[in-house]
Design a protein around this ligand. Structure first.
Ligand SMILES: CC(C)(COP(=O)(O)OP(=O)(O)OC[C@H]1O[C@@H](n2cnc3c(N)ncnc32)[C@H](O)[C@@H]1OP(=O)(O)O)[C@@H](O)C(=O)NCCC(=O)NCCS
Length: 209
């Protein structure tokens, strides 16, 4: 995986399609997770992170925060200070057990995508999807969709429930991605924690029986 060493200038406007087909307001829809057999596609592999892959997780997550700082609630600076032990603990949580999961997309030896999810402590049927990212060189090839589908399949293992996420309201690429997987917008909005002059909106979908 190429190490990203400096922040690049990005703005959500630069990623906007000229005619965005963004998700519209709607009632909560059913998620559309694909079967696990469809999650391996030519050229890339989606897999759950391994407990010993704290370094891989750190590299992917920091690359994501450098690449598209405007897309995330957290910042590169806030996560740069995490120790390898802390990244390893995150990887361990995401690797096993039912309360959290992290999936990575790899091409050969290179990590090209990341997503994490966790269950609410007080309501295990409620799953939060976070940290969604595909490396720029690997976009528009279905990797983001496959990562979201991996989360939906993992969430569905616990039975019926709900998967929710926050997304910056000017992030049309991500909103389109989530809408294609069955997420709809709710009316919940809040300031983006990393850039409070911008807003993020809540999307969610229901896991059927
Ligand atoms: C959003 C993101 C994860 C999409 O990843 P990806 O691997 O390119 O997604 P996919 O190839 O699976 O695309 C699935 C669908 O999403 C939508 N989409 C993806 N990128 C898009 C773009 N730039 N503009 C408009 N729609 C887009 C399309 O509907 C696409 O289907 P299509 O290619 O058949 O038209 C990726 O662009 C990314 O990492 N962006 C920066 C980080 C980010 O925004 N994370 C989300 C935080 S909430």
């Amino acid at each position: 995986m190429p190490a990203t060493t400096r922040r690049q200038a990005h703005s959500p406007r630069a990623h906007r399609p000229s005619n965005p087909q963004t998700a519209r307001w709607g009632s909560v829809a059913l998620c559309r997770p694909r079967r696990a057999s469809t999650l391996v596609a030519v050229g890339y592999l989606i897999s759950r992170i391994k407990g010993q892959d704290g370094g891989v997780l750190a590299e992917l997550r920091l690359a994501a925060l450098l690449d598209t700082p405007w897309a995330f609630a957290s910042t590169y600076e806030s996560e740069l200070g995490l120790s390898l032990a802390q990244w390893s603990e995150r990887a361990r949580r995401g690797a096993t057990g039912g309360d959290a999961a992290t999936f990575v997309a790899t091409e050969g030896d290179h990590g090209v995508g990341l997503v994490s999810a966790f269950r609410a402590r007080d309501d295990p049927s409620s799953v939060e999807l976070v940290s969604m990212w595909t490396a720029p060189s690997a976009r528009r090839r279905g990797i983001g969709s496959a990562l979201v589908a991996a989360v939906l399949n993992w969430a569905a293992e616990a039975g019926p429930g709900r998967v929710s996420l926050w997304v910056a309201e000017d992030n049309d690429a991500a909103i389109n991605l989530y809408a294609a997987q069955g997420f709809t917008r709710t009316r919940d909005t809040q300031p983006l924690p990393s850039d409070p002059v911008r807003m993020e909106l809540r999307m969610q979908c229901l896991l059927g029986t």
